[in-house]
Design a protein around this ligand. Structure first.
Ligand SMILES: [Mn+2]
Length: 350
């Protein structure tokens, strides 16, 4: 028995609104979903499991029809999904009486229910969100009824407001595989037993690193799962030290080279740290134009020559400030405090 476990597709999300690549990201989210369904079909996977937040918000009728069309193209694969907190089952939700293709099961009850696939000797459990939040830990004490040889729990949550999960307790339950969604970073919690698939595509700039889904195979009583990278691109933190960037143009060149090495399709978060030449000003706006850069943070601190400053400012407040705090072997914290203080004082003077 082969399955794909995907989660948090967030169809309809528009990441990085206002940025040049935003609209493209909106279509990539749909495209990744389309292509993973096509892959399941091509590889004749038995089950496509979707662990919640198929949509980013309440789905439109035409969106459900598009998703259902994709599902209906599956020749062998059966789809089981639950509804998460983002697209939760509101009283007027189009989910409520949507006529899904016959190979699709939505486990939409408030309490856990299950579907049995006799031909696969597999049972899938799950529940859906009917409210934006569920603070009750609904999964911790669940036990499968073992109506089939292989039992899967499809779960969504894991933080305080979205079905808190006690991982140890859940592992003691009798489920053979616990397929989780909601947390966007993929995580193998317990090898071949419990995992977050992570968002299929990163949805916002906090979703750093690779994204994709989990494929699993259950054979002769043994399960093995692995992560499959699938997303069109990644958010990548680009951390630079001022040592690599002695001037502004050097900074721009370093950013350009580092992005080219990793791939220009990715979206970067630039962070500059360290002590800088006080004469140098980094042009953050110019940096933003070098590629898909969603944020630029300059945490560099001017590397003042305190002995010289003390002479120049002898008698004024900056001079007295340095005199009070400066000594030859300052700790890192003392040095930082002095740098920030003197920076503020010098800025004040204009
Ligand atoms: Mn969620």
């Amino acid at each position: 028995m082969k399955f794909f476990h995907i989660a948090d597709t967030h169809l309809g999300a528009i990441p990085d609104a206002g940025f040049a690549w935003s609209e493209e990201r909106r279509s990539e989210i749909w495209e990744s979903f389309r292509s993973v369904v096509a892959k399941a079909d091509r590889e004749e996977v038995d089950l496509l499991l979707i662990a919640g937040d198929l949509f980013h918000r309440q789905p439109l009728m035409r969106e459900l029809k598009e998703v259902n069309y994709l599902f209906s193209t599956l020749k062998k694969t059966k789809v089981v999904f639950i509804i998460g907190n983002h697209d939760y089952l509101k009283v007027d939700s189009y989910y409520l009486d949507f006529p899904w293709s016959e190979n699709v099961t939505c486990l939409r009850g408030k309490e856990c229910e299950s579907v049995v696939f006799e031909d696969l000797d597999t049972e899938v459990y799950g529940l859906s969100y009917h409210t934006r939040e569920i603070k009750e830990p609904k999964y911790n004490d669940l036990q499968p009824e073992k109506k089939a040889g292989f039992s899967i729990l499809l779960g969504h949550g894991g933080d305080a407001k979205h079905i808190p999960i006690d991982r140890k307790k859940l592992l003691l339950s009798g489920f053979d595989y616990i397929a989780l969604g909601h947390i966007h970073r993929p995580e193998m919690i317990e090898p071949d037993r419990m995992a977050y698939a992570g968002a299929l595509e990163p949805i916002d700039q906090n979703d750093i690193g690779p994204h994709g889904f989990i494929e699993g195979e259950y054979n002769e009583g043994k399960l093995s799962i692995s992560f499959v990278p699938w997303a069109c691109r990644e958010y990548i933190p680009l951390e630079l030290d001022t040592k690599e960037c002695p001037t502004n143009l050097a900074f721009q060149e370093t950013v350009r080279m580092r992005m080219a090495a990793k791939g220009m399709q990715h979206i970067y978060k630039v962070l500059l740290q360290g002590y800088r030449d006080p004469d140098i000003v980094y042009d953050l706006d110019a940096c933003r134009k070098l590629g898909n850069i969603v944020s630029v943070q300059d945490e560099s601190v001017p590397d003042y020559d305190f002995e010289r400053l003390m002479r120049v400012h002898a008698g004024d407040i900056a001079g007295r400030y340095i005199q009070t705090l400066y000594h030859k072997d300052m700790s890192d914290t003392e040095r930082k405090a002095l740098y920030y203080g003197i920076h503020a004082l010098l800025e004040m003077r204009g």
